[in-house]
Design a protein around this ligand. Structure first.
Ligand SMILES: *[C@@H]1O[C@H](CO)[C@@H](O)[C@H](O)[C@H]1NC(C)=O
Ligand SMILES: *[C@@H]1O[C@H](CO)[C@@H](O)[C@H](O)[C@H]1NC(C)=O
Ligand SMILES: *[C@@H]1O[C@H](CO)[C@@H](O)[C@H](O)[C@H]1NC(C)=O
Ligand SMILES: *[C@@H]1O[C@H](CO)[C@@H](O)[C@H](O)[C@H]1NC(C)=O
Ligand SMILES: *[C@@H]1O[C@H](CO)[C@@H](O)[C@H](O)[C@H]1NC(C)=O
Ligand SMILES: *[C@@H]1O[C@H](CO)[C@@H](O)[C@H](O)[C@H]1NC(C)=O
Length: 542
């Protein structure tokens, strides 16, 4: 603004007087030079094409563009600088002008190296994003000066090695992202002094062995560790034994074939563990048993064929168990989840060969609200397996269900839950005439319960056997007591009369004495009926 006003003034002045033109020209030149010198310190900076420069909030934000060097004439007071998706090749000495930065994002550029001491004057910087460049190396001089940095993002670069003390200057670092590089070697002292570090990403690298014991010893406050997409093969005993505060461990796709039973020793604070997409031939029951506070476990996409009884014993706090996409999983044994009484969500979906859920495989879980069994190979489900009606979410789609009498309960359950379920319907796979039909739309007779149902036949069988037994018993009794019976029949004509008279008097007396009490106890219709039938007996039967 002030620049525009002063040049306009210069023009008016020059046109007003033609005689002393040279004088005015000199004046204009001096003013212009002065402006050039004054501009940077006044904050009236030059803003490169494609960037937004805000001198009030002290932010510079450059959109997608072709900047290949760091702009030199930005306001030196800026606190936030974002040059993303450009063509920066390196960090040159211009960086030294911007010592007030607290946030610097140079991600998605073409930087191949970071000169030593690039950030020497940046004690205020709190976040540095250098992800998705082509940086091949960092040394113990690269980050000198970053004494207040809390977030360093180097994801998506070409780092192959972490050298001795390369992050040492960053005593306040809380989050370090080294994912998606080519790291195959980590010096035992690479992470020294990072005592505040809480989150470390080392996923998607080419590590084959766990970092040395000392590496993790330097990280007493580490809470989250990402080691997935590496090639570890095995996890030896005590791999994480220094990480007493670790709550979140991600080893998805880490190439694990086996896990030592003491691999997770001392991880007593762990609440989240992802071991999916590995090559585990069995559930690592013994290793898991040490994780008494684990709440979420991911074990899908592994090679085990069954889940044995007690596979997760010891995981008393387990709330979510996800076993999806396990291509070889066929069977879940009885008692598989015994001891996991806090289970809330069970995700057993997309296990293409899973066909057997043994009775009582899913014992009773008081907090279970979600069961996902879609895309498996289930042919039927037992009503007794779970208290199905108590679930909030139940997914059963894409199974080759045999729609017969055994699924009648499920049909009725699904119908009764109509509206509360937004999921894909349960479609019949068999028999052939019902294939493709939704289970809920089948009329009861189609499920074959009405005629010759197996359990009805069983009931008829039982009744027949019981009748036969009773008849035989009665015959035996009659036979053994035949003498007494004969005597009874002989004396019958003499005794008969007295007995009947007794019966008659009792009936009359009963009516006379009990009627008032009975009238109070029974509704009037009933007492009438009572009276009538009792009074009728002597008349009709005598
Ligand atoms: C360091 O960062 C914190 C915020 O994380 C801030 O409050 C503090 O002022 C910074 N110190 C320096 C010297 O910039
Ligand atoms: C940096 O590392 C080199 C070896 O790579 C070592 O000689 C030097 O002492 C280290 N400097 C610091 C400050 O740790
Ligand atoms: C880890 O646990 C072992 C026993 O399993 C124990 O001897 C060791 O002191 C623990 N480590 C730490 C750092 O507490
Ligand atoms: C882990 O697997 C490797 C290769 O399959 C085998 O040589 C090793 O004995 C196994 N270790 C354990 C503890 O099972
Ligand atoms: C269950 O697992 C499948 C397959 O991994 C996944 O797509 C889905 O999001 C999971 N559902 C829940 C609720 O976690
Ligand atoms: C289920 O609900 C829909 C509307 O929400 C209704 O049109 C349909 O008739 C219901 N089906 C049964 C079997 O109750």
């Amino acid at each position: 603004m002030s620049r525009r006003r002063s040049s306009a003034m210069a023009i008016t002045m020059s046109s007003s007087s033609s005689s002393s033109m040279w004088c005015w020209w000199w004046a204009v030149l001096v003013v212009a030079l002065g402006l050039l010198l004054v501009v940077p310190t006044n904050g009236l900076a030059n803003c490169p094409n494609g960037c937004e420069c805000d001198d009030e909030t002290l932010m510079v934000n450059c959109g997608v563009g072709t900047l290949d060097v760091l702009p030199i004439a930005l306001n030196p007071s800026i606190q936030r600088l974002v040059i993303k998706n450009n063509k920066l090749k390196t960090i040159d000495s211009s960086m030294t002008f911007y010592s007030q930065l607290t946030f610097l994002d140079l991600s998605y550029n073409d930087m191949v190296s970071l000169p030593e001491d690039s950030f020497k004057y940046h004690a205020k910087l709190q976040q540095l994003h250098l992800n998705h460049n082509k940086i091949g190396q960092v040394s113990n001089r690269t980050f000198r000066g970053l004494s207040n940095l809390s977030v360093l993002n180097l994801r998506g670069n070409l780092l192959a090695e972490l050298e001795y003390g390369c992050f040492t200057p960053m005593l306040k670092l809380e989050e370090l992202n080294l994912g998606q590089n080519r790291i195959s070697h980590i010096d035992a002292h690479a992470l020294d002094k990072l005592s505040q570090l809480r989150v470390l990403y080392l996923d998607d690298n080419t590590l084959t062995t766990m970092p040395a014991e000392l590496t993790f010893k330097a990280l007493p406050n580490l809470a989250e560790l990402y080691l997935g997409t590496n090639s570890f093969m095995s996890l030896p005993a005590g791999s994480f034994k220094e990480l007493l505060g670790l709550t979140h461990l991600d080893m998805r796709g880490a190439g694990l074939h086996n896990i030592s039973s003491a691999a997770f020793a001392n991880l007593s604070a762990l609440r989240y563990l992802d071991l999916s997409d590995n090559r585990l031939a069995a559930v690592p029951t013994a290793a898991l048993a040490t994780l008494g506070r684990l709440e979420q476990l991911y074990l899908g996409q592994n090679d085990f064929q069954s889940i044995a009884s007690g596979a997760f014993e010891g995981l008393r706090e387990l709330r979510q168990l996800h076993i999806s996409g396990a291509q070889h999983l066929q069977r879940i044994d009885a008692g598989a989840f015994v001891g996991n009484s806090n289970l809330e969500l069970l995700n057993l979906s997309s296990n293409k060969q899973l066909s057997v859920l043994q009775p009582s495989a899913l014992a009773s879980f008081p907090h279970l609200h979600t069961v996902l069994l879609k895309e498996n190979q289930l042919h039927t489900l037992a009503d007794a397996l779970l208290p199905w009606a108590d679930l909030q979410t139940l997914e059963l789609a894409d199974n080759p269900f045999v729609c017969d009498c055994q699924l009648m309960w499920l049909r009725n359950l699904l119908i009764s839950r109509n509206g509360s379920q937004q999921h894909a319907p349960v479609i019949c796979g068999y028999p052939a005439n019902l294939r493709g039909l939704p289970l809920t739309q089948l009329a009861e007779p189609l499920l074959g319960c009405a005629h010759g149902a197996a359990n009805k036949q069983a009931i008829i069988g039982i009744v027949v056997v019981v009748c036969a037994a009773l008849t035989t018993g009665l015959a035996l009794v009659l036979y053994t007591c035949r003498r007494r019976l004969r005597e009874l029949i002989k004396g019958h004509s003499a005794l008969g009369r007295k007995e009947r008279e007794y019966q008659k008097t009792f009936s009359d007396e009963e009516y006379m004495t009990r009627a008032p009490a009975g009238a109070a106890a029974y509704p009037s219709f009933n007492s009438q009926h009572y009276l009538g039938s009792r009074a009728g007996i002597p008349v009709t039967e005598l």
